[in-house]
Design a protein around this ligand. Structure first.
Ligand SMILES: [Zn+2]
Length: 281
């Protein structure tokens, strides 16, 4: 069975500014982006998927805002399949109240942060209450890491190294760096290797196959396959396409002497028991 640790729920286009939608067309070079989310569409290409972590996202700077209540309702319709995470934008008033409300009243079980999209550094001391809350209540925190198509989202706030001081101050928090920090995968691997409770997901990477091959080869050489979690980034891609993309990477090397990715490790990644690793099992 498969656990997808990275998928979205939102109302399209209500959750997005015009500017965000225009810029989102840069997400998949040359391929138009449809951000409509329907659970039936997701499930149609997720037959082997046991559980999926779902979140919306809040980032005023980039024009993205999904109320946690929407995520809670989306998840409540598929309680056996979906686990919801709340989101906060710490640059906005009331985020601490939203954190407690999302967790205590809406029953959401983790936190999604979008540092570059919202314009804050994840190691900012103003976020200490969030990390302490996550540690106290066992809420995993998944952060968008790596680049984006949004012009006003500062690259300075998305570098995987920014998580290191947080991991040192709060070693008990389960942290997931999304997208292997692309294209800063080397930095991401340096961080997850050092810190026991920091993981990375491989979502939204299969459609850049050489970059993904290179990133997974780094993981292989540094011995951190076990820190990688499977995820999709639906609606940007699907479970089936993500699995297929991972399984096809070695085929790209045919006729070369380049080192192969360990096939057993690829399968272990696809079937990783991520909920247990995140304390959500
Ligand atoms: Zn995402």
């Amino acid at each position: 069975m498969i656990i997808d640790v990275h998928s979205h729920a939102w109302l399209f286009p209500q959750g997005f500014s015009e500017d965000f939608m225009r810029q989102a067309q840069r997400a998949r070079a040359g391929k138009p982006v449809d951000l409509t989310v329907r659970y039936e569409d997701y499930a149609a290409s997720a037959a082997d998927t046991a559980k999926t972590i779902v979140f919306g996202g809040k980032a005023r700077l980039s024009g993205l805002w999904v109320e946690d209540r929407f995520v809670a309702e989306y998840v409540a319709a598929q309680p056996d399949k979906l686990i919801g995470f709340l989101s906060v934008d710490p640059t906005q008033e009331g985020w601490q109240r939203e954190l407690e409300h999302g967790h205590q009243e809406l029953g959401l079980r983790g936190i999604k942060l979008l540092p570059m999209y919202a314009g804050f550094s994840p190691d900012d001391l103003a976020l200490e209450p969030l990390w302490s809350y996550a540690e106290k209540h066992g809420l995993p925190v998944l952060l968008h890491m790596g680049t984006t198509f949004v012009a006003q989202a500062p690259l300075a706030f998305t570098l995987p190294r920014l998580i290191e001081p947080v991991a040192v101050r709060h070693p008990g928090v389960k942290i997931i760096l999304a997208h292997l920090g692309h294209p800063y995968e080397g930095e991401c691997i340096a961080v997850i290797r050092k810190h026991e409770n920091v993981f990375a997901d491989v979502s939204a990477l299969h459609y850049r196959p050489f970059q993904l091959y290179h990133a997974l080869m780094l993981a292989q050489e540094y011995g951190v396959w076990h820190k990688l979690l499977f995820g999709t980034d639906y609606p940007f891609t699907t479970v089936d396409a993500s699995v297929k993309g991972l399984r096809e990477l070695n085929a790209m090397l045919e006729g070369t002497a380049l080192p192969r990715l360990n096939v057993a490790e690829i399968e272990a990644l696809i079937h990783r028991e991520s909920l247990r690793l995140l304390g959500l099992g």
